[in-house]
Design a protein around this ligand. Structure first.
Ligand code: ZN
Length: 475
């Protein structure tokens, strides 16, 4: 560090030390978020009411953009060739603090708000079974609270709110990174709804999804089956090979799939069959090793059935790179703000839901987990990609009963219930205060960057996307 720079740091430190409440309890951002609480619950409910799947989230993105523009943020839409992606910016210069908003729903998880039993709003419709209505709203609220604080204290720096679509289908952020959306960003702060309150510093899994297709020859299945070669047979054989492979993979790995095409009618030998396979493990290296074995299985199934196999990459996400410099900021602010303050009504609701699901009636998370090396889960997220490009930290807040999982109607029910809103409110406070911490202590962004450089051995981020790849919305 040059002596000039050191001088600037010292002056900023002295200024911060004299600003009342800068690092003390009862932050101004908390006060603003308490006062505007009804506004955020309204936005979260608005997004919950119109659940939209990845790359179709036009109303959800518009609801968030509307509040950001009202607060003076400059919004760029359609980032990363994704119509529902956006970046909202306020302020100027360094440090540049990014916050991530997701707002996509999941197919088939429609569920009435605040009901402890399965009760769909619309049969087969999408629902916020991962709580992304809360996720997006809290991050936007945090960006606005931090920006108000930035203006009030005339702090240098920029706040970026990234509207990141299509997390559930695995790639929204990857296209945004490839197209340079995060180029100026110094640090990224994120959160996700959960059943616990903690900083997530490890163990999201690396994941790759592939489309496995077989091409055979159609024929009448009764009149001339000897003329046909069944692509469905090949897919069944391949799937069996993968099932056998599961005995010989690491205990940390996961392989799951759906059949996308199994032919059109039983009396027509299928000339095309397709399955979507997701492979996950604690490292991208392990995932790649399994993929190579799956490709051999596909070729083998093709050989055995005289069909042709084709394996196409759908998306690839690396495991998140933890950043302890930023984790420490989130942990300190999480402990300062404290866990969501659930009341007796929330607790009764949680226990009734746990009873309905056959789980232990343990209620809700009322404490904050201590910072340890393995706080996290075994889901995957495109935030893994962001963490390899920009220093990133993430936290979880309880927005559903203990023991319940995301991607379930229980989370949909809680994502428009007071208990979900309470978790969302804490997330917004922690993110806003942490953003201000980074803006008032330039050493933090530098420490976070140094840590990322050390973790990645100085190698620049390389996109897993094929050149010219375009985001494709699910059917
Ligand atoms: Zn999610």
């Amino acid at each position: 560090m040059s002596s000039n720079r050191l001088g600037v740091v010292l002056v900023i430190w002295m200024l911060c030390a004299r600003v009342p409440g800068a690092f003390a309890d009862g932050r101004a951002t908390d006060g603003y978020l308490d006062d505007s609480r009804a506004r955020w619950e309204h936005v979260a409910r608005q997004i919950w009411d119109t659940p939209e799947l990845g790359l179709h989230e036009s109303r959800s993105a518009a609801a968030l953009i509307e509040v950001l523009e009202k607060e003076g943020f400059q919004v760029t839409r359609g980032v990363g060739s994704e119509p529902t992606a956006f970046v909202a910016i306020a302020g100027a210069g360094a440090p540049v603090v990014g916050l991530l908003a997701e707002y996509d729903a999941l197919p088939g998880l429609s569920q009435a708000a605040g009901q402890t039993k399965r009760q769909v709003v619309a049969e087969g419709a999408a629902g916020h079974g991962c709580g992304h209505n809360l996720l997006g709203t809290a991050s936007v609220a945090a960006a606005i609270a931090a920006n108000r604080e930035r203006l009030a204290r005339k702090l240098p720096g920029t706040i970026q709110l990234f509207g990141t679509p299509a997390e559930e289908i695995g790639f929204g952020k990857t296209f945004m990174i490839r197209d340079g959306a995060f180029k100026r960003t110094d640090v990224v702060l994120a959160w996700h709804p959960d059943d616990e309150n903690r900083v997530t510093n490890r163990t999201r899994l690396a994941a790759t999804a592939v489309n496995v297709e077989f091409f055979g020859r159609a024929a009448h299945a009764a009149a001339s089956p000897w003329l046909g070669r069944s692509a469905l047979d090949a897919l069944v054989l391949f799937d069996h090979a993968v099932a056998l492979m599961r005995e010989h993979i690491k205990p940390t790995a996961r392989i799951h799939r759906v059949v996308r095409d199994g032919g059109s009618a039983p009396n027509i030998i299928a000339d095309h069959a397709a399955g979507e396979y997701w492979v996950r493990d604690i490292s991208g290296e392990n995932v790649n090793e399994m993929l190579e074995r799956m490709k051999k299985a596909a070729d083998g199934a093709g050989l055995a059935t005289e069909t042709r196999a084709k394996v196409t990459l759908i998306f690839s996400l690396r495991e998140p790179i933890p950043n302890d410099a930023l984790n420490a900021v989130l942990q300190r602010e999480l402990e300062r703000v404290g866990p969501p303050r659930f009341d007796d009504g929330d607790l009764r609701f949680a226990r009734a839901m746990q009873k309905e699901l056959g789980f232990e009636e343990s209620g809700l998370a009322t404490t904050i987990m201590p910072f340890t090396r393995a706080n996290g889960g075994t889901a995957s997220s495109d935030i893994g990609e962001v963490s390899a490009a920009v220093p990133l930290a993430e936290l979880n807040l309880a927005t559903r009963p203990l023991g319940t999982a995301a991607h379930h109607w229980a989370q949909t029910a809680c994502a428009a219930h007071p208990l979900g809103y309470k978790g969302m409110a804490v997330a917004a406070k922690v993110l806003a205060a942490s953003a201000i911490d980074v803006m008032t202590d330039p050493a933090l962004a530098k420490a976070a960057r140094d840590e990322l450089v050390a973790q990645t051995k100085g190698k620049p981020y390389v996109s897993p996307l094929a050149p010219g790849a375009k985001p494709v919305a699910p059917r």
